[in-house]
Design a protein around this ligand. Structure first.
Ligand code: UD1
Length: 339
């Protein structure tokens, strides 16, 4: 299947391109490279022995999308990864988040429908849930827009609504919403991985930079939560499992709209993640207890059973696999792709 990956050169998109190539599909990347590097295409070629075309451009620009269809199509499907994704930043820059995260969807749908795509897969988020009473989160536990705490999560839920209405108007279209939990890890080759710009906001890349000596210590944001060890629990999912979920979602798409949680279903605490990373590195890492981070929930994790039943997909990689692969990636690329 020929698939257009909008935002395809990013962290999840690159791993999905590899999984698609390995399953015999033909991905093409469209990416503005605002948060990644051209180098990923060389790395994908090194891993798979196949080169993936990359068009550099804005996924909110109809003319650019049309030119990608004309040059590399026809595409049977679009996977839409292109988005701004920093929760804190979205509170400071709401207009950028709403404009970018929705305009891309409008443009991809306008052109995609005109060109006859059959499937549209959307990168959504587990932050469309937020009520601890609903744990573990099922696909039915989405909140109302006003209950979500930040423009990033709201922009994702708004996209889900847009897609539901568009699917309703185009009953033959297959729409799949993939709600990611906390993607971490890297390809086992260490050739591709997460390459956040500046000081990372998220726990795993932060720990990796402490381990490699770029940052002095890990701050543990709160040890007085109502969790087994007092630190926050999350549903970390290996990015290669997540990528394989996209392949299964495409291969099992059917007319209608369906949402799937992509997570492991296993809550892992901040201290458990750090301990696992220390095992991978073979030494203790400097860490310090810090106050809770504003807006954090004590625990978020899903039940992924719907995806398992409908797609025959299940995350198989453990937290030790995730930390081992991040450490391998970080050691091989201490300065990221451009380093
Ligand atoms: C965040 C985003 C979410 C996004 C996900 C990507 C929020 C509210 N949500 O989730 O939209 O999909 O990243 O993986 O920002 N922690 C520390 N020290 C650190 C950093 C984090 O103790 O230096 C703790 C946090 O308090 C939390 C856990 O580690 O308990 C995970 O944090 P993080 O990796 O930032 O992910 P989320 O906040 O769950």
């Amino acid at each position: 299947m020929r698939v257009l990956l909008a935002g395809g050169a990013g962290y999840v998109g690159t791993h999905t391109a590899i999984a698609l190539l390995e399953a015999g599909h033909e991905p093409v990347m469209l990416d503005d490279l605002s948060n990644t590097s051209r180098v990923v295409t060389e790395r994908v070629a090194e891993i798979t022995g196949t080169s993936v075309p990359l068009v550099v451009g804005d996924a909110a620009d109809d003319e650019i999308i049309e030119s990608v269809f004309d040059e590399h199509g026809p595409f049977e499907a679009i996977i839409h990864f292109a988005a701004l994704k920093a929760v804190g930043e979205s509170v400071e820059r709401p207009l950028d988040y709403y404009a970018n995260n929705l305009d891309t969807t409008y443009a991809l749908l306008r052109v995609g429908l005109a060109k006859g795509i059959r499937s549209f897969v959307f990168s959504s988020t587990g932050t469309v849930y937020s009520d601890p009473a609903d744990l573990p989160f099922t696909e039915e536990a989405t909140r109302d827009l006003v209950e979500l705490s930040n423009p990033y999560s709201k922009s994702k839920l708004m996209n889900e609504t847009v897609l539901a209405d568009v699917q309703n108007a185009h009953p033959e279209l297959n729409v799949t919403l993939l709600r990611y939990f906390n993607p971490v890890g890297a390809h086992e080759s260490g050739l591709v991985g997460e390459d956040p710009k500046g000081v990372p906001n998220n726990l795993m890349p932060f720990v990796a930079r402490v381990a490699v000596g770029v940052l002095p210590e890990v701050g543990v944001f709160g040890d007085d939560y109502d969790t087994p060890d007092g630190t926050g629990q999350r549903d970390y999912i290996h990015v290669v499992d997540l990528a394989e979920g996209h392949v299964k979602a495409l291969e099992n798409a059917h007319p209608g709209l369906v949402a799937y949680n992509l997570g492991t279903g296993n809550p892992v605490s901040v201290l458990e993640l750090i301990t696992s990373f220390e095992k991978a590195v073979g030494r203790e890492l400097p860490k310090a207890m810090k106050p809770r981070r504003a807006g954090d929930l004590a625990a978020t994790y899903c039940t992924p059973i719907k995806a398992e039943r409908a797609l025959g997909w299940k995350a198989t990689r453990t937290i030790d696999d995730m930390t081992r692969d991040v450490w391998n990636w970080q050691q091989k690329n201490p300065g990221g792709y451009e380093g």
